[in-house]
Structure formats: C-alpha cells, structure tokens
Design a protein around this ligand. Structure first.
Ligand code: 5GP
Ligand code: MG
Length: 465
C-alpha cells in the first residue's frame, strides 16, 4: 500500500505535496519522499519514517519548484530499505523522470526478463522502476503516446503519478484497483490517492480518475486521455479500501468511506443480531464506523469500551511479529467500569491473522466483560492480495484453514459471525461486479505471479510461500 500525490502549478509545490502526504499517512508510514521541478533542475528528498520525520525545514526549503510529486510508503515484508523509497528518479536525455506508485504489478517477471535482456540495469527491487524503463523505450510520438505505450505493457494494480520535466501525469490502471482523485488548487491541479488529502490543503475535489484514465497536467492545463487497454478489462476496485484501508473522511469509488462502513455494519446487524446484549462497542479505530452502523440498526447503545493511546510514535511502527504483538498491547486500554459484568457485542472491520483480535478479547475479558459476541464487517479473508494490500501468506491468514467456529475458539469469544459476501456487495453503491474481492473468494481478476518466479516483488515473496 502507499499514498501518492501530484501538484502542478503552485509556487510552493513541494510544501503542498508535503501537507497532502500528512492526510495519506495511513496508507504508508514507513517512509516518505517528494520530488520537485523548477523549470531547470529536479530536487528530491526521501527518508524513512513518517511524513513529519522524513522532512525538515531545510529539506523542504531545498525542494524548489512549481511541480511536485510525493509518496508515503507502506513497506511490505522484507523491503525496509532506503533504496526502495519513492519517488524513484531517473534521467533520460537530460530530462528528469520521477515516479510514485501505489499498487503491485503482476507481470513483473516477464517485464524484468525482457528489459534485462535488452541491457537494462535496475537500482531497486521496486516494480515502480519498471515504469521508467518502459517509458524511455516507447519513443514514438508525444509524451502521452509514450505513456500509453509503456502502460499497455504492464499488468496488475497501479495508481501512479509521474513528473516528467514540468509535466505531471496521473494514471489509474484499467481495472481501477487503487483510488486516485483530481482536485483544483488556485490555478493548478492536484492528484491524490484519497480526497482527504485535498481537504487538508483546501483544494477543491473535482472527480476521481476513471479506471484506465490518464490525466496530463502542464501548468494550468489539463488533458484527459484513455489507455488503449481501457474498457478491455473488468473494473475491479479493491473492496478492502472501503472496509479497512482508506480513510473514512475520503470519497472513493463513487462513495463516502464512512457511509460505506456504516452500511456494512448495519447489514451485519441484520444478518447477525445478538439478543439481550448490554451494548455494542468497536475495536478502535478501524472498527468504529461499522460498530456505529450496527448499533443504530438494532437500536442498541454504543459504548466505548477501550481507549486508544495515540502517542505510540514511530519507534514501534516496524513490520516484525514481535513489534506487532507489543503494539497490540500498548495501543488499547479497556475501561473496566464500562465492561464489568456486561454482555457485549464487539464489532471489528476484519480479521487477518487473528492474533490481534485474540489479544484484544483477552484484554476485554480481563477487564470484566461477561459475554463477548464478536461481529466482523466483511467475510472471512482466505486468500492473499497480489494487488497491493499487505496481507500475509495464505498459511498466516487464519480463515484460510480455520472454520468460523475454529476461529471463535482461537480468539476465545462466545460467538463469532462475519458479514456475508452478498451482504457486503449489496451495500456498495457501485454494483458488486465492479469490485475485486479475491481476498474472500480466491478468484483473482488478474493472473497472479507464479510462485516459481524469481522476480517476485518483495511484497509477493512471502505471500506466495
Ligand atoms: P488480527 O486479529 O487479524 O490479527 O488483526 C485484525 C486487525 O488488523 C483489525 O483491527 C484490522 O483493522 C487490522 N487490519 C486489517 N487489515 C490490515 C492490514 O492490511 N494491515 C494492518 N496493519 N492491519 C490490518
Ligand atoms: Mg483495526
């Protein structure tokens, strides 16, 4: 996962990108970077850490120019490496090309083999670097034809922003896996993964890019084109963006995320009510909105049974199992006065490994909850994601080889129920067949890489085991 932003025609383009990245922090908090262009030179700063730590006053001041792109990176297992931080910058015929990418490509093996055969050398293990190699090879015509030619060779998930000289280009893959929206700020334009970034910088939301659309921004000019592959692919927007990943104050895939989550919760309540419960509570913060929808649907009070500690800091944001366990304990504290002797409905957005849920339930029990009925606002997650969500390997996904009853036993709840697949799709505003929900069904809309491939991306190596 990752957050991306592009800024065209602004006197302080890099500062605007920097502020926008704050609103995209949830999409990746491992590293951040910005590249900017002032008509003559390209400037770039990339660092590990959250946005607030990755830049300081000096580095921001050095990012001169009126066009910029930025990236916040979510490290998938094994790739916590400074060379893999984006934007990725290259020079070609005296012209800078920088790219920031969200999503995972699926035909990387084929592309690496072809490009290496032709003599390409790679500086990183990011699939995003492939874009640049394809771009400089697709020489005919103007920039938009280059782009279309290059992008028609890649498969999989990509929402991507390019800085080519002073031109900013934003593209959403023909399946529309990842979100990308367009906004207006003064004379220029903004591209951002989610609309909450536009809100923060006071930009006006114009619209989302369509799947397969390419927007070319040059100063105050905007052109929209479509990739030759548009329309040939089924639209498969990632439903997990709605369930968990995107921010609730964003509008993505034609809907408001907060409202989608509430509808998921309401649907869950219709499918799996609990009789005689004292109250509904969420596992904060991601479960809050589904819990609200659940409680409102049944007319049961919503209580806050645990409090989140917001001061954990970046020291703990590390993708290792030990740190993850610690984070679970440090993050949430139960309120005994609320829980003691109560029959509680606990609503959570999703269960991935089951380990976080298990430890949270244990904490609620130790605070005195008498009965715990857990409700999950999506179906059981059984298959890994090859399109950019950081799910673990199949064997670590608890629902891949445990029944719901076995999961209930593992996390030690009195009852456990999940939202049905049909129920989930029914509450989406766009029809269900415009979403990817392979993590629930194992039916992948775009061919996934074979586990024999030695060119698997860092993020794909572990899931294919
Ligand atoms: P589990 O009980 O499976 O260990 O953890 C479930 C929790 O993980 C839920 O609170 C859910 O919001 C959160 N979660 C869901 N998907 C992801 C993800 O892709 N990455 C991370 N870090 N957390 C996730
Ligand atoms: Mg959560």
């Amino acid at each position: 996962m990752c957050g991306i932003i592009g800024v065209s025609k602004h006197d302080e383009a890099a500062k605007v990108a920097f502020m926008g990245l704050y609103a995209l922090q949830h999409r990746g908090e491992e590293a951040a970077g910005i590249a900017s262009f002032d008509g003559k030179d390209i400037y770039i700063t990339k660092n590990q850490g959250q946005v607030a730590d990755a830049f300081d006053e000096r580095s921001l001041a050095s990012l001169k120019g009126y066009a910029a792109i930025g990236h916040s990176r979510y490290s998938t297992t094994g790739s916590s490496n400074i060379k893999n931080v984006q934007p990725f910058l290259a020079m070609h015929k005296g012209k800078p090309i920088a790219v920031a990418h969200n999503g995972n490509l699926t035909n990387t093996e084929e592309l690496y083999l072809k490009l290496e055969e032709e003599g390409a050398i790679f500086q990183t293990t990011m699939d995003s670097e492939i874009f640049v190699h394809l771009l400089v090879r697709a020489k005919n015509g103007n920039l938009k034809d280059w782009m279309a030619n290059a992008l028609s060779q890649v498969e999989g998930a990509y929402s991507v922003v390019f800085l080519v000289g002073e031109t900013i280009i934003g593209v959403r893959d023909p399946h529309g896996f990842r979100p990308l929206c367009l906004g207006k700020l003064n004379d220029g334009y903004i591209l951002a993964s989610e609309s909450c970034a536009l809100d923060l910088i006071n930009a006006q939301f114009i619209r989302e890019l369509e799947p397969g659309e390419m927007v070319v921004l040059q100063g105050d000019k905007l052109e929209s084109h479509f990739l030759p592959t548009k329309g040939k692919a089924r639209i498969t927007q990632c439903i997990f963006e709605n369930i968990y990943f995107a921010r609730p104050d964003s509008n993505i895939f034609g809907d408001n995320v907060y409202e989608v989550r509430k509808r998921l919760g309401a649907q869950l309540a219709k499918e799996h009510p609990v009789k005689g419960a004292d109250f509904v509570m969420a596992i904060p913060d991601s479960g809050n909105y589904a819990a609200l929808g659940y409680a409102q649907e049944l007319g049961i009070p919503l209580e806050v049974g645990m409090i989140r500690n917001h001061y954990i800091g970046r020291t703990f944001i590390q993708p290792s199992q030990f740190m993850r366990d610690f984070r679970v304990r440090v993050k949430l504290n139960p309120i005994s006065a609320v829980l003691k002797g109560k029959k509680v409905i606990v609503v959570e957005d999703s269960i991935v490994r089951g380990t976080t849920s298990r430890s949270r339930i244990e904490v609620l029990r130790s605070a005195g909850a008498k009965e715990i009925h857990m409700r999950i606002s999506c179906p059981p997650i059984k298959s890994p994601c090859f399109y950019g969500i950081d799910f673990p390997s199949k064997k670590e996904l608890i629902a891949s080889d445990h029944s719901v009853a076995q999961i209930a036993e593992f996390i030690k709840v009195d009852s456990l129920e999940y939202l049905s697949l049909k129920g989930m799709l029914d509450v989406m505003k766009s029809p269900g067949n415009t979403f990817c929900y392979a993590c629930f069904t194992g039916e992948y809309p775009v061919k996934i890489p074979s586990n024999q491939s030695k060119y698997l991306l860092e993020g794909q190596k572990h899931i294919n085991k």
